[in-house]
Design a protein around this ligand. Structure first.
Ligand code: BGC
Length: 537
């Protein structure tokens, strides 16, 4: 398996379009990130995960790759990436890239070649084409669901897409073959084999440049017999094969799937699971229905909500399931991401962030801090549809992709371009949070995040491997880490009190609004804290 560092790490997700624009074209770039590495280092994070930064027509924000081996010119060059990896490395920070392996862009030369092929191609079958009109199955239009798309070029027929029409699915073969569906290739047919070989080449290319690993987009979409156990197992097998090769060729490399790795009979191929923010477990804690963008809404109020009507039970069950195979398995949980609202959205205000961030940094997960969440940037409703951000009228991802707010200069210090030329508009609020305004403010969200991560770094019991024991699952939510620390959060407005035996021997060391009175934990509305437990008491 890959680097053991991941289990105790804190990640920082950078959406490259919106982080820092060094050349004034209105779009972020790698040089901009290099210029801000000191800020990233000051957070105390261990690795940066970049959304795709490869050549792309950007129909889906770069999740439509046209050249896997080239940094998109708008972000810089491959050499810039190498420099970024080195400069980050000097600060003890690793770099993780986003690997989009289930589909390419229609502009990828592989696709263009098949589109214009006028006969069998010895290098073809990388995509899934059919000549007969699709009648049943996969006629859906929902992004993220495979569907047949009419050929946009000389080639006759339809191709299978993965997400948007411009994202044709790569052919990794099928476990179930059917004479009536001759477009199904076996997993070991030449096309799927070519794609598997290409996957290795791409991984090897970037790891050889010093990258630490990959977050793998739609990792289990490779073999498409969805819902059929052998199909999922076959995708997993592809990753097991990659893992076996990595263990030899790049033993420290980490692979992080998008979502939870399916449990099959074989060994796990990925180094972690990702409790995705768009999924139920996260939604049951942080559903921002006020912002109206989540495809899934839990049947009750989220737990981190001021009314205090939520429950942690759904999350706790999902967490237990993720950790069943290995109690120390790293599980990533993010503050937000490029597909979802931010923590500060809907009705969740700045004063409510402390409880949420304390939970996310000390629960025992591998926290992933989404850029801008360290200063409490808002999810901005009503943003324009840029680069495929709007999947459907109820699902606008642009609001969490707006430019980073650095300081009080024009465009919040993100770019010197005209405001009209920015990738997305800056938060128009005159009181919008910025790094500069929060840097030296002891009461700021930035200070809180830095303190929390520093406390986590200094305290193995608060990191990924130490045990977790829930002592109260309602308000206030309280849990013991490593039998030496008690963490408590109260995400509701009303004060919360609980008498637990641990309170008798607990001493607050960090936080706000937490006290121990008469053997009970008393937590003010929106309070949060970390306490040490006296082993001898
Ligand atoms: C990414 C989305 C993207 C989709 C299609 C997801 O994993 O997070 O942003 O639109 O894959 O590539």
């Amino acid at each position: 398996m890959g680097g053991s560092w991941l289990a105790d790490a804190v990640l920082y997700e950078v959406y490259p379009q919106s982080y820092a624009d060094s050349n004034g074209d209105g779009i972020g770039d790698l040089r901009g990130v290099i210029d801000h590495l000191d800020h990233i280092a000051s957070l105390g994070v261990d690795a940066i995960w970049f959304n795709p930064c490869f050549a792309s027509p950007f129909v889906d924000a770069g999740y439509d790759v046209s050249d896997y081996l080239r940094i998109a010119p708008r972000y810089g060059t491959n050499d810039d990436l190498v420099e970024l990896v080195e400069r980050a490395g000097e600060r003890g920070i690793r770099v993780i890239l986003d690997l989009v392996v289930g589909h390419t862009s229609i502009e990828h030369p592989w696709f263009q070649r098949e589109l214009h092929a006028d006969g069998p191609d010895p290098d073809g079958d990388r995509y899934i084409w059919r000549e007969d009109r699709p009648t049943t199955g996969w006629a859906s239009d929902i992004p993220g669901t495979p569907a047949w798309v009419p050929s946009p070029g000389p080639r006759r027929g339809w191709y299978l897409k993965n997400f948007y029409d411009e994202q044709p699915a790569l052919n990794f073969g099928w476990t179930s073959l059917d004479p009536d569906e001759p477009w199904r290739d076996a997993i070991d047919a030449p096309g799927p084999r070519r794609n598997r070989a290409a996957l290795r080449e791409i991984i090897d290319f970037w790891l050889s440049k010093g990258v630490a690993g990959f977050r793998v987009d739609m990792a289990f979409s490779l073999v498409k017999d969805y819902g059929v156990h052998p199909g999922v197992a076959a995708s997993v097998e592809i990753w097991q094969e990659i893992r076996a090769w990595l263990d030899d060729a790049h033993p420290d490399a980490v692979l992080i799937p998008e979502g939870t790795e399916p449990r099959t009979d074989g060994p796990l191929a990925f180094d972690a699971d990702f409790a995705l923010v768009i999924h139920e477990a996260h939604g049951s804690l942080f559903d921002n229905r006020g912002a109206g963008v989540l495809p899934f809404h839990p049947p009750h109020e989220p737990f981190f909500e001021e009314s205090g009507r939520g429950s942690t039970r759904f999350f706790l069950d999902a967490w237990a399931a993720d950790r069943e195979v290995d109690p120390q398995r790293p599980v990533l949980m993010a503050t937000a991401d490029h597909d979802y609202t931010r923590l500060r959205s809907g009705t969740r205000t700045v004063e409510q962030l402390g409880a949420a961030l304390t939970f996310l940094m000390t629960w025992g997960n591998v926290p992933c801090l989404y850029y801008g969440d360290e200063i409490g940037m808002r999810y901005l409703p009503g943003m324009p549809d840029v680069e495929g951000a709007i999947c459907n009228p109820d699902y606008n991802r642009a609001g969490c992709r707006t430019p980073m707010q650095w300081d009080a200069s024009p465009n919040a210090g993100f770019s010197t371009a005209d405001a009209a030329d920015l990738y997305l508009p800056i938060d128009p609020d005159p009181d919008r949070p910025t790094v500069a305004a929060q840097r030296d403010d002891p009461g700021s969200t930035l200070t809180l995040v830095r303190e929390l991560i520093a406390l986590r770094r200094a305290t193995p019991a608060l990191q990924g491997r130490a045990s977790i024991r829930v002592v109260h699952e309602d308000y206030p939510f309280a849990w013991v880490r490593g039998e030496s620390h008690l963490v408590v959060v109260n995400p509701r407005r009303q004060v919360a009190r609980v008498a637990v035996p641990e309170a008798q021997r607990a001493e607050p060391i960090w936080g706000s609004g937490v006290r121990v009175t008469d053997g009970a934990l008393v937590v003010e509305g929106f309070g949060y804290g970390v306490l040490t437990l006296d082993a001898g008491a």
